[in-house]
Design a protein around this ligand. Sequence first.
Ligand SMILES: [Zn+2]
Ligand SMILES: [Zn+2]
Length: 265
Amino acid sequence: MSDDVHEVYAVRYAEHARKRADNYIFGDPHDEMTSISYFVWVIKGPHGTFVCDTGFDQKAATERARTIVHPIDEGLKAIGVAPDKVEHVIATHMHWDHAGNYDMFPNARYHVQDTEMAYCTGRCMCHQTLRIPFSEDDVHAMVRKIFAYRVDFHDGDEELAPGITLHRIGGHSKGLQCVRVKTQRGYVVVASDACHLYSHIDEGRVFPITYSVAETLEGYRTLLKLASSRHHMVPGHDPDVTKIYPAAKPGLEDWVVRLDVAPKI
Ligand SMILES: [Zn+2]
Ligand SMILES: [Zn+2]
């Protein structure tokens, strides 16, 4: 493996049934139930293992009526990742479904955008509408890590290691970042919530939780520029991800999939 080529995995851990209309500003003409998936992502390569987001735990799942289908540590273990050995965690943004489990990686450094920490600790959190997707405990936990010298701040576009770059997108959350990874099939972009579902980017629609609709829409253009193709862009909550990408190994179907292998489309 060359110095800048990595493997990328999506680890599905939870799901939530909801009305299709709840996924879009201006709703959806189809009044039917659908499901969204929850993931963390793993990048493995010559520079170690990078975990992208930390998901939520059972307590948070119960409070917000989500269903954990596979505990995150089991998904990580299935691909040989021991949480206490992980050295780098990329926090795409601080929403509760991405920034929980804050004690799971005791030896990791956390990578977060300046703007995101300023946003989730600043005046915008005085507004109930903007506060909804944040958990006070998760934000406190990240502040504690800052004071423990365990957080690396990033501002805009930055290289984390050869072949792994962070890019601030904003939009859905003010300091949301995506991750671009060089793989054997080209540049894969872990969009996280810069694009929840394929339908958002394909149809120019916007998820209802957003700091800026304009930045969200411009963000789609950025994602497509960064990715080698539309099929190298991996949305943050689409259940199709584990249907179109191959299992990391037998037994992990619809659970842990390889994103550095071409999808079945
Ligand atoms: Zn989010
Ligand atoms: Zn999310």
